[in-house]
Design a protein around this ligand. Structure first.
Ligand SMILES: O=C(O)CCC(=O)C(=O)O
Ligand SMILES: [Fe+2]
Length: 541
C-alpha cells in the first residue's frame, strides 16, 4: 500500500453508518420504530379482515336461509329488500374495505422516517459483510462457529440461517472474493439441510458455490457441484456451458478420460455435507503493496501472538516521571517503555473519564467516515484501508480539550501550537486501519500546514476494547492493547528529520466492543530547541 498520509474528514455517504459503532447504536432505535410500525400495520390489517369476515358470515347465513326455499324467502318483502341491499350498498362497502391500502400508508410513513432516522444503505451492508470477512481472516474464525453465533468459544449472537450465509456468500462474490464465497456458500449448503423452513434454495447456492470453487482452482469439485446443479435444473444455461469447460480442462490435465467427458462426474444421490477443508483455498492477502510476510506478521500480532525477542522485552521497564513539571511532582505519571528502537512509551492515567466523555460528546454529531489523502493525487477519499469515523476538535471548544492538549505538551516537552487539532476516532464492526505511517514519506504529498512533517504521534486510548483492536507495529513486533485512560507516544522522525520506517503501525480490526482513540499529531516547526535536530538516525529522544 502506498503510505497513507493525511487523515481527513468528509461527508462521504458511502458506508456512513456501519463505520462507527456509535452510529450503529442509532440503528437499534430505527429497528424498534420499524417493529412498532409493523405491529400497528398488522393490527390494522386484522381489523380490516375482521370486518370482511363479519360480512362473509352474514352473507353466508343469509344465503343458507335463502337457499332452503328461494321463493318463500323472497316472498318476504324485507328479505327481498335485504338481498338487494346486500348486493348494492353493502357490497360497495366490502369492495371499499378490500381495496383499502393500509400498507401503502404505512410504507409512506416509513419512507418519511428515512430522512429523520439513521438508515443503513446498500454500501453499509457490503461494508458490514466485508468487515465480518476481515474479522474472520485476522482472527482465524471458523465459518461454522461464526454461523452458530460463536466468537472465541463464547455464544454471542443468534444462529445464522442458510439464507444469511447465502447473503454473505453473495456479498463476497460481488466483491470478487471467491475464497469467502466458497466458505459461506458451503456453510449455507450444510445449514439448508438442517432447516425445516428453507431460507434459501439448493439451486441458488450451487450456482455460486460451483463457480467460486472453480475460481479457487478446484476444477474437479466445481464439476461435481455443477453436475448436482444440473440434476436440479437440467437446462441451466450457464451450468451447461461451465460443465463442458470444466470437463475439457480436466481432460487436458489427464484427470478424466475422454469417454468420461460426457458422463456425469458421479455425483452422489445422497447428500453429503460440503467439506471445505478438502478444497484448495487461497485466503486473499491484505492490501496490495504490503508484502505477504509483513501482512502475516500484522495479523499474528493482532491475534495476540508474542513475537518480540525476549531479550529486548527484558529491557523494557516501567517508571514514574515528572518531566520537571511542578504538577507532576505531586502526581507523577506512570510511564511504561514499550519499545527501545524506536523509543515508544505508554503513559498511564493521563486522561480522565470526564475529559473522555467531553471529547466523545463533542465529536459524536460530527463523526464522519475517515478518508485518506491519496499520496499521488493529494485528493481525500474514503478508503477500505481505514474503516472508522473521526472528527477534529479545537481547543476552544471546551476547557477539557485545552487541558488534554496542555498535558501532552507538559509530558512530551514539545510545542503544541503547531500540532493538529485533536482527532477523535471511533471504530465500528471490524473497524481497522491497515499498516501505515503517520508522517509523509519521501516523495509523498501531505496537506501542508506550513509546520513541517508529523514529528511525533500522541494517541489517547479513550476506551477499553472487549476483543481485538490492538495497535500493532509489525516492524518491531509490538502490540499495544487499548487501556482506557492511557496514551501511546512515539517520534515518527529521526532527529535529522528523516522518517523512521520502524514506526509503521496499524489498528487491528475490532472484534467485539467499541474502540475510541484520539490522536494529536505534533509537527516539526517550533520543536527546534525542544528536540534539537541530530545528524544520526540513532539519537535518543
Ligand atoms: O487506532 C489505533 O490504534 C491507531 C490509529 C492510527 O494509527 C491513526 O489514526 O493514525
Ligand atoms: Fe497512525
Amino acid at each position: 500500500m502506498s503510505a497513507i498520509l493525511m487523515v481527513m474528514q468528509t461527508n462521504a455517504v458511502l458506508g456512513e453508518v456501519f463505520t462507527a459503532l456509535s452510529d450503529m447504536e442509532g440503528l437499534v432505535t430505527t429497528e424498534l420504530e420499524l417493529v412498532r410500525h409493523l405491529d400497528n400495520y398488522i393490527q390494522e390489517e386484522e381489523i380490516r379482515l375482521k370486518q370482511l369476515k363479519r360480512f362473509l358470515e352474514e352473507y353466508e347465513s343469509m344465503y343458507q336461509e335463502a337457499s332452503e326455499d328461494v321463493s318463500q324467502y323472497l316472498a318476504n318483502p324485507v328479505n327481498a329488500y335485504l338481498l338487494v341491499k346486500r348486493l348494492t350498498s353493502d357490497w360497495k362497502q366490502v369492495e371499499e374495505i378490500m381495496t383499502q391500502n393500509v400498507g401503502s400508508i404505512f410504507v409512506k410513513n416509513i419512507t418519511r422516517y428515512r430522512s429523520t432516522l439513521p438508515f443503513p444503505s446498500d454500501e453499509d451492508l457490503t461494508g458490514a459483510a466485508v468487515a465480518l470477512m476481515r474479522l474472520q481472516d485476522t482472527y482465524e474464525l471458523d465459518t461454522h462457529a461464526l454461523a452458530e453465533g460463536k466468537l472465541l468459544g463464547k455464544k454471542y449472537s443468534r444462529q445464522l440461517t442458510a439464507g444469511d450465509c447465502w447473503e454473505l456468500g453473495r456479498q463476497s462474490y460481488n466483491n470478487g472474493d471467491h475464497y469467502h464465497t466458497v466458505l459461506w456458500m458451503g456453510e449455507a449448503l450444510n445449514k439448508l439441510e438442517e432447516e425445516s423452513n428453507k431460507t434459501a434454495t439448493r439451486q441458488e447456492i450451487l450456482e455460486y458455490l460451483a463457480f467460486s470453487t472453480y475460481k479457487q482452482g478446484n476444477v474437479k469439485e466445481a464439476l461435481q457441484l455443477t453436475d448436482e446443479l444440473l440434476k436440479i435444473v437440467p437446462f441451466h444455461q450457464r451450468g451447461l456451458s461451465n460443465i463442458q469447460y470444466y470437463r475439457e480442462i480436466l481432460h487436458q490435465q489427464g484427470e478424466i478420460q475422454f469417454q468420461q467427458q460426457h458422463e456425469t462426474a458421479g455425483a452422489n444421490s445422497t447428500i453429503e455435507p460440503f467439506n471445505t477443508s478438502k478444497l484448495k483455498l487461497t485466503k486473499p492477502s491484505g492490501t496490495a503493496g504490503i508484502p505477504a510476510e509483513q501482512w502475516n506478521k500484522y495479523e499474528r500480532l493482532c491475534r495476540g501472538e508474542k513475537l518480540m525477542d525476549p531479550k529486548i522485552e527484558a529491557r523494557l521497564r516501567c517508571r514514574y516521571v515528572t518531566n520537571n513539571v511542578p504538577y507532576f511532582f505531586i502526581q507523577p505519571i506512570k510511564m511504561e517503555l514499550a519499545s527501545l528502537k524506536p523509543r515508544l512509551v505508554i503513559y498511564h492515567n493521563v486522561v480522565t473519564d470526564e475529559e473522555i466523555e467531553t471529547a466523545k460528546k463533542l465529536a459524536q454529531s460530527r463523526l464522519r467516515r475517515s478518508t485518506v489523502q491519496n499520496s499521488l493525487t493529494g485528493a481525500s477519499e474514503p478508503t477500505k484501508y481505514r474503516i472508522a469515523k473521526a472528527a477534529f476538535l479545537q481547543n476552544s471548544e471546551h476547557d477539557h480539550i485545552v487541558k488534554m492538549t496542555r498535558r501532552i505538551g507538559d509530558v512530551t516537552g514539545l510545542d503544541m501550537t503547531t500540532a493538529e487539532e485533536l482527532q477523535v476516532c471511533n471504530y465500528g464492526i471490524g473497524g481497522h486501519y491497515e499498516p501505515h505511517y503517520d508522517h509523509a514519506r519521501k516523495g509523498e504529498v501531505q496537506k501542508d500546514f506550513g509546520w513541517g512533517n508529523r514529528i511525533a504521534t500522541w494517541m489517547f486510548y479513550m476506551s477499553d476494547v472487549e476483543a481485538g483492536g490492538a495497535t500493532v507495529f509489525p516492524q518491531i513486533n509490538l502490540a499495544l492493547w487499548p487501556q482506557k485512560g492511557s496514551a501511546a507516544f512515539w517520534f515518527n522522525l529521526h532527529p535529522n528529520g528523516e522518517g523512521d520506517d520502524l514506526t509503521q503501525h496499524a489498528a487491528c480490526p475490532v472484534l467485539t466492543g467499541s474502540k475510541w482513540v484520539s490522536n494529536k499529531w505534533i509537527h516539526e516547526r517550533n520543536q527546534e530547541f525542544r528536540r534539537p535536530c541530530g545528524l544520526t538516525f540513532d539519537a535518543e529522544m
